[in-house]
Design a protein around this ligand. Sequence first.
Ligand SMILES: NC(=O)c1ccc[n+]([C@@H]2O[C@H](COP(=O)([O-])OP(=O)(O)OC[C@H]3O[C@@H](n4cnc5c(N)ncnc54)[C@H](O)[C@@H]3O)[C@@H](O)[C@H]2O)c1
Length: 251
Amino acid sequence: MKKRFDRKTALITGAASGMGRATALRMGSEGARVFCADIDGDGARATAEAIRAAGGEAGSAAADIGDPARCRALVAETVGAFGALDILCNIAGFGGLKALADETPEGWQRMFAVNVHGPFYLSQAALPQLLARRGNIVNVASTAGLMGQAYMAAYTASKHALVGLTKSMAVEFGRQGLRVNAVCPGGTATPFLATFAVPEGADPELISRLSLRPDYAAPEHIANMICFAASEEAEFVNGALLSVDGGTVAG
Ligand SMILES: NC(=O)c1ccc[n+]([C@@H]2O[C@H](COP(=O)([O-])OP(=O)(O)OC[C@H]3O[C@@H](n4cnc5c(N)ncnc54)[C@H](O)[C@@H]3O)[C@@H](O)[C@H]2O)c1
């Protein structure tokens, strides 16, 4: 039976953990050749091994996506390993809660380096392959890419920027058949959430507005949407901001 990602090659960042790992496993099980990248090289290798153990094809590499040269090399390594690149999933990212007054220039810059600059470097490097193969990009933004969130100025600004990159690329390349979409999760049960300590003196009412529901999504819920956006089922979906947040951004 034909699988959704037969003969497709995907480069997935953040593949060591959480949504990136769930997406890599899912795409691998649906026929994709998956190149797993993460700053945690051992974790990326473990995900690739799990894909191969299940009968799929996968490679892996350690990479800090804040480094433009490493991003270019990552695309070259993917094409070197599998001969092509059809799907780029920019999933790696980090966040955290911090009162605005306590944010530092270094913290602000690192947030942008990983959450925005990395996806830009990778998208630019992947462009020739993706245009030639009518491929697509899925960026993982956040509810914080669609609405203001207290105690998260750097993270929220970085995810809004990623949404802007998504929309601009969708318009610039949509007529050439390259699709660029953003999946916008709400709170999801991954190690990422462990970094979200409520700042001292934070207003509980503002914290309660971060999520409509009291529970968290599973990483597989987000992987489902990423895989849909990356698949040919979503052939006419371009520049879309796809919420998976239990209704948080609805009002
Ligand atoms: N978990 C949530 O509640 C939530 C909500 C909305 C959006 N997101 C977004 O989802 C994405 C995935 O997060 P997750 O929840 O799966 O978290 P996670 O911590 O489980 O996974 C993130 C992965 O990114 C990797 N990473 C971090 N910095 C990197 C860098 N510089 N270079 C390469 N890899 C790097 C980490 O090593 C980790 O494996 C992130 O972009 C995050 O902002 C998460």
